[in-house]
Design a protein around this ligand. Structure first.
Ligand code: AMP
Length: 323
């Protein structure tokens, strides 16, 4: 089976969208050194950030990934900045990409809109993301729907580099889950549930939200006008989102829910049941940060040795003199 890699960005507290769109796929697909997952801390530097918050979020996310079920005996769990080859390959790929293709990225347009000044990194980070993936000869990238355009860019860069300088990179593919690939904000179901929303945002369920908070957020979720699900009618975005959350949490299509109230109650119960064991495991790991940092140190060692070959191949192909 194909090698897989995927990362989360420590730009806020992890959400239910991260779990159902990405992390659960990773947990289901752990195949030793052929599966690499972790935290893309360099990507958290693209917009104004608080250094201490990025460091704390990195450790919290690492503990949450383990609590969600990543097993360092069955996959590699690491932090991107612990493997310098990511930044090195980024530069070689910057010399392969064009500014026009970066300016077309939806996330760049959204995050730069209305800003007086924009960090250069916000424009170029999709190239770093391409480096994250191409460095490990990865064929599959298990992600949520919002990452498709970035993985397309990684494919374009790989194909361009290979045709210009000779076969060097595996051309990767995005893999998204059947349900839960794009969870929407509970208060505005036309935008995705995002971890960079303000910490108290009522439309975003965080993995560490206690049960009463989850229940309150879901009970206040925007639905359609009316009170009932109408069989045979296409639900509006708010109701469709709750149905998707329920289906993704229970693993089966929602049946026997008639009113919006019932839908919200079932949805809240399913989310709380999904999060309870994860939160219990997180509490144990949070009390023992040394265990988490040891996992990350070992993971970085494994990742560094996998990355070295590809980086050497790419440097040689593009014309750099071997040391
Ligand atoms: P990020 O939030 O950019 O760090 O994304 C980490 C992973 O979670 C990526 O694979 C995203 O595609 C996925 N993801 C983020 N938000 C959502 C969402 N609202 N629904 C589904 N997947 C998501």
């Amino acid at each position: 089976m194909a090698r897989a890699l995927s990362l989360v960005v420590p730009s806020g507290a992890l959400t239910l969208g991260n779990l159902l769109g990405a992390i659960n796929q990773w947990v289901a697909d752990q195949r030793g050194t052929d599966t690499l997952y972790g935290i893309a801390d360099l990507h958290a530097l693209t917009t104004p950030h608080d250094p201490a918050a990025v460091r704390a979020a990195t450790l919290e996310q690492a503990a949450l990934l383990l609590a969600a079920g990543l097993d360092p005996g069955r996959c590699t769990v690491f932090v991107q900045s612990h493997v310098p080859a990511h930044a090195e390959l980024h530069w070689l790929l910057e010399a392969t990409g064009y500014d026009g293709e970066l300016r077309r990225m939806i996330q760049y347009k959204q995050k730069s809109a209305g800003q007086q000044s924009v960090r250069a990194a916000l424009l170029t980070y999709p190239i770093l993301q391409a480096a994250d993936v191409l460095l490990y000869d990865v064929a599959a990238v298990p992600v949520g729907d919002d990452q498709r355009q970035h993985i397309e860019l990684a494919r374009d860069l790989a194909v361009r580099f290979n045709s210009r300088y000779g076969q060097t990179f595996v051309v990767p593919q995005a893999v998204t889950p059947a349900v839960g690939a794009r969870l929407m904000d509970l208060q505005d179901p036309t935008v995705k549930m995002s971890k960079s929303a303000p910490p108290q945002a009522p439309g975003v369920i965080r993995l560490l939200d206690p049960p009463d908070v989850v229940r309150r957020k879901i009970s206040r979720a925007v639905t359609d006008s009316g009170r009932q699900l109408e069989p045979g009618t296409e639900p509006g975005p708010g109701v469709a989102n709750l149905l998707a959350i329920l289906a993704a949490c229970t693993g089966e299509a929602a049946t026997g829910v008639a009113s919006y109230r019932e839908l919200k109650e079932s949805c809240a119960a399913a989310v709380i049941a999904l999060l309870a064991p994860l939160q219990a495991r997180y509490a144990v790991l949070a009390a023992d940060p040394q265990t988490v940092t040891k996992v990350l140190r070992d993971g970085a060692g494994q990742a560094r040795s996998l990355a070295a070959d590809t980086l050497a191949r790419a440097k040689s192909a593009i014309g750099l003199l071997a040391p």
